[in-house]
Design a protein around this ligand. Sequence first.
Ligand SMILES: [Zn+2]
Length: 99
Amino acid sequence: MTQRHICHPEGLPKCAAGHSARHIHDLRGLAAGGGHFIECQCQASRRHPEPDAALAEWRRINRPFRSARRVLPAIAAPAPDTVVQMRLLMPGEGRVDSG
Ligand SMILES: [Zn+2]
């Protein structure tokens, strides 16, 4: 094998399915199918001459914030200093005039 596993002590982003990813450097030339790529058990990036490019593609194809968008719009809790004021009906207001 001409493949080398590159360690990332800081950890690589997991794939969208949650698999841990590995950075592989294939020592063959790009033309021979070598280069840097990131793979997990379900997918792999393309090969890149630069490790950073492989990482960038990995992040792009496994965007974690794509699923973050599913989070419901925040139902804003009232700020502690926000007092909900009941609006008092003024005399005559709210009266239904039917004619
Ligand atoms: Zn995966």
